[in-house]
Design a protein around this ligand. Structure first.
Ligand code: ATP
Ligand code: MG
Length: 259
């Protein structure tokens, strides 16, 4: 990793970027993951690089859903494996979810590398190598494990592809997406759309899971029933709008004062 001075104003962002670069170097992240990360950074800037109240509301509902699930699965790709491997293992453990590696740019070598990477961080069984079932899709994300994603009732899909998200929803699964872009097809089609950075979202979800683990199922169900994903999406869009508007106002030029 490159040496980043801790007093650099963009320290956290640069360290995070370095983790994705390192993921590419050690072969767990595809090179396209760098572009996906850049897109995420842009939206993170626009939401103020913080977990908004509405993102926390979505995280809480998502955890309630995972705790209530019969067959919960957390889907892992190259970026999430590079950024939050320990946290994914912890969240899977508390929520009893299976971890399954699922890649857009699928290669057997990379699947095995990510499985080894997660196991080195304490994961037990990690699915994704069998590939004995198919979703109705034309790219690598179609190949899944029968006893994992294929039969899951609730899925957490950090950094999902829009196509597959829609396909999973069409299969009547509850799909929880973590995606900084509230306009992506993923965010627009998920059951729960967490518009937050995975580096903040997964640790928050671990905290919610610890707090809610002993809560009675009917109370968890109430959290899920009262959840409204349209509010979450529109508030993220308003939030971005606000950031831009406030910054424009700060420049001191009145609206419409242009030639
Ligand atoms: P879609 O297929 O859903 O329309 P897309 O094609 O625009 O989305 P992809 O390249 O499929 O985007 O996936 C990257 C997505 O992941 C982007 O929406 C990006 O904002 C998001 N993303 C990237 N890094 C992070 C991160 N660290 N935390 C949360 N979201 C992220
Ligand atoms: Mg996409």
């Amino acid at each position: 990793m490159s040496r980043i001075p801790p007093d650099h104003p963009r320290y956290l962002s640069l360290v995070t970027r370095d983790k994705v670069v390192e993921g590419v170097k050690i072969g767990i992240t595809d090179i396209h993951g760098l572009i996906a990360h850049g897109r995420g950074e842009t939206f993170d800037y626009l939401i103020g690089e913080k977990t908004t109240d509405m993102a926390a509301y979505a995280q809480r509902a998502a955890v309630a859903m995972l705790l209530l699930a019969k067959r919960p699965v957390i889907s892992v790709n190259g970026n999430t494996a590079a950024l939050v491997p320990d946290e994914l293992v912890t969240l899977a453990d508390i929520t009893r979810a299976k971890l399954e590696v699922n890649l857009f740019h699928r290669s057997e070598a990379r699947i095995h590398k990510i499985i080894r990477h997660l196991k080195s961080r304490g994961a037990g069984v990690v699915l994704g190598h069998k590939g004995d079932a198919r979703l109705d899709l034309s790219h690598g994300r179609a190949i899944v494990d029968k006893d994992g994603i294929y039969s899951a009732d609730v899925m957490l899909v950090p950094l999902e592809d829009g196509d597959r998200c829609q396909t999973l929803v069409n299969m009547d699964k509850k799909v929880i997406a973590i995606d900084l872009n509230p306009l992506s097809r993923t965010s627009l089609s998920a059951t729960v759309s967490i518009v937050d950075n995975i580096i903040r979202s997964i640790p928050n979800m671990i905290q919610f899971a610890r707090d809610m683990k002993e809560v009675e199922p009917y109370r968890l169900q109430k959290v899920v029933d009262l959840y409204d994903n349209r509010k979450v999406l529109s508030s993220a869009m308003y939030e971005i709008n606000e950031t831009l508007k406030n910054e424009a106002v700060r420049q001191g030029i009145p609206w419409n004062n242009f030639p």
